[in-house]
Unconditional design. Structure first.
Length: 227
């Protein structure tokens, strides 16, 4: 089953009144249960592809389908609901809520889903253990290291048990041991629940956990390989 399909996708950005092409005819498909990695130098279009799949940004041209949905025609309210129920996001720069504790940041998407309090607590406590953060669950983001904030962001993305996880440099702020533990957690989710993952990374350790690697250069997929 094809969950994500991009067909002949183009995207430009305007920078200082100059149109800069970012994606140049991208085509890719992501099937249920896959773990796929986008690799390439900075500026090659990896993050833009993730943002388009997640409905954070939209293509200028081409067709984009996510779970047979055209996100571009959804209202803001419907799109927010779709993201919360279906997608998990791991952002490169965390995007944590500064006034909330680590526990509350991980809990927040469950609140939006209307999960009852006892179940929320059970799932958040389990996720804090899984990402190695029970000792700092009451700390706010400005009291945490970069690696700890990254793990909070990962816990927040995974706690809803999403069908698709979109991860931008998920191990970028983690030491090798912690990064491998996080990837093992994601691999376990993939195998148990058929959770689908798409990563953008420079880290060869991340790519080793995936089934396919798509290499990007200057806004185009130039090579596909298996790790």
């Amino acid at each position: 089953m094809v969950l994500v399909a991009l067909q002949d996708v183009y995207k430009d950005y305007i920078m200082a009144k100059t149109r800069v092409p970012v994606l140049k005819g991208i085509g890719l498909q992501l099937a249920a249960g896959e773990m796929v990695c986008l690799m390439g130098p900075s500026g090659s279009g990896k993050t833009t592809i993730l943002n388009i799949i997640g409905g954070i940004d939209f293509a200028d041209k081409g067709r984009v389908s996510v779970y047979n949905q055209d996100l571009e025609v959804m209202s803001d309210k419907r799109l927010s609901g779709f993201r919360n129920k279906t997608l998990g996001f791991i952002f490169q720069y965390f995007n944590l809520i500064p006034v909330l504790t680590a526990f509350e940041n991980i809990e927040y998407p469950l609140v939006l889903q209307g999960i009852e309090k006892k179940e929320r607590r059970r799932r958040v406590e389990a996720m804090l253990e899984a990402v190695g953060l029970p000792a700092v669950k009451n700390h706010r983001p400005d009291e945490l290291s970069g690696g700890q904030r990254q793990r909070v962001a990962i816990g927040r993305a995974l706690v809803t048990r999403p069908k698709l996880v979109i991860a931008d440099e998920p191990t970028g702020n983690l030491d090798h041991k912690t990064g491998r533990a996080i990837m093992e957690l994601m691999k376990e989710m993939n195998e148990k629940n058929r959770t689908t993952f798409i990563f953008a990374t420079h880290d060869p350790m991340v790519s080793a956990y995936t089934s396919r690697i798509l290499h990007l250069l200057d806004g185009a997929i130039v090579k596909e390989e298996k790790p």
